[in-house]
Design a protein around this ligand. Structure first.
Ligand SMILES: C[S@@+](CC[C@H](N)C(=O)[O-])C[C@H]1O[C@@H](n2cnc3c(N)ncnc32)[C@H](O)[C@@H]1O
Length: 256
């Protein structure tokens, strides 16, 4: 039996829409290596908004916190089970962990600042946050087809400067290169594989599509399909198909 909340802890209902998450959102090894490197020598790590465990290190002691039962049940067997909890109220004493991490989750929290302060409170070392720079999303070609989805995402993702200010202290912002064969199926992961967006399952694993007007999505996807069939996408963006990596909106924020 799973303990399902009456209302989602964030802005997206994973109990209804999160079933296929782990299949499409496999952690990318290159991004994982970067996340793990900034955790430094930490031996004990708290992973908040842990979902199915993407980017969780396996060579350290990890406590995962995840409010959605549907996501907790998708954790692979080699990872420890996650606690039911939210970023805004972590059930741990001050300075309980060597490091804290939160990947692709802060944009969903009901109280962003409260959650960030909690990460700082329970970690005596670095806090690592993987997120997206909302303004940089405008540079992604998908904005030509479904600006409504990009607008949805820009409304959700907090300004990087704001996160930096709330975290306080010595904070570094790293622009994360996304490989063309990125295994974590967020939007920009498919910059070189435009046909992927025609796949309902790919879009279903990206919450921004689910939160956008379905008519706008249908119109944009139809235009993308037409442009791909007619070679118009390749005329404008075809060089991306062979570009090994791209720096877009993904950011790793490290507060030390
Ligand atoms: C896009 S998933 C990311 C999961 C995982 N960290 C990853 O990198 O794949 C976002 C996760 O944030 C969780 N979440 C939403 N609101 C939250 C909150 N207030 N506190 C903690 N986690 C939250 C969701 O349940 C979901 O599992």
């Amino acid at each position: 039996m799973s303990d399902v909340r009456e209302a989602p802890a964030g802005d997206f209902d994973y109990e209804t829409h999160g079933g296929g998450y782990a299949a499409r959102r496999q952690p990318d090894a290159r991004i994982a290596a970067l996340v793990h490197s900034v955790l430094g020598e930490a031996q004990t790590v708290i992973n908040v908004g842990a979902g199915a465990g993407s980017y969780e290190p396996t060579d350290r002691h990890v406590v995962a916190v995840e409010p959605s039962a549907a996501m907790r049940t998708q954790r692979p067997l080699h990872l420890a089970p996650a606690l039911d909890g939210t970023a805004e109220r972590l059930p741990f004493d001050d300075d309980s962990f060597d490091a804290a991490m939160a990947t692709v989750t802060i944009h969903q929290w009901r109280d962003l600042d409260g959650g960030l302060r909690e990460l700082r409170r329970v970690s005596r070392g670095p806090v690592a946050i993987l997120t997206f720079d909302a303004d940089a999303l405008l540079g992604f070609w998908l904005n030509e087809y479904v600006p409504e989805v990009i607008a949805t995402e820009r409304d959700r993702f907090p300004a990087i400067d704001h996160v930096v200010t709330v975290l306080g202290g010595d904070v570094e912002v790293i622009a994360v290169p996304v490989p063309s064969d990125c295994t974590d199926g967020f939007g920009e992961a498919y910059y070189a594989r435009p046909e992927a967006f025609l796949d309902d399952e790919v879009r279903a694993a990206q919450s921004g599509w689910v939160l956008t007007d379905p008519d706008a999505v249908a119109r944009g996807i139809a235009r993308l399909a037409d442009d791909l069939a007619a070679g118009r996408w390749d005329e404008r963006h075809g060089h991306l198909r062979s570009q090994p990596e791209r720096i877009g909106a993904v950011r790793l924020i490290v507060a030390r």
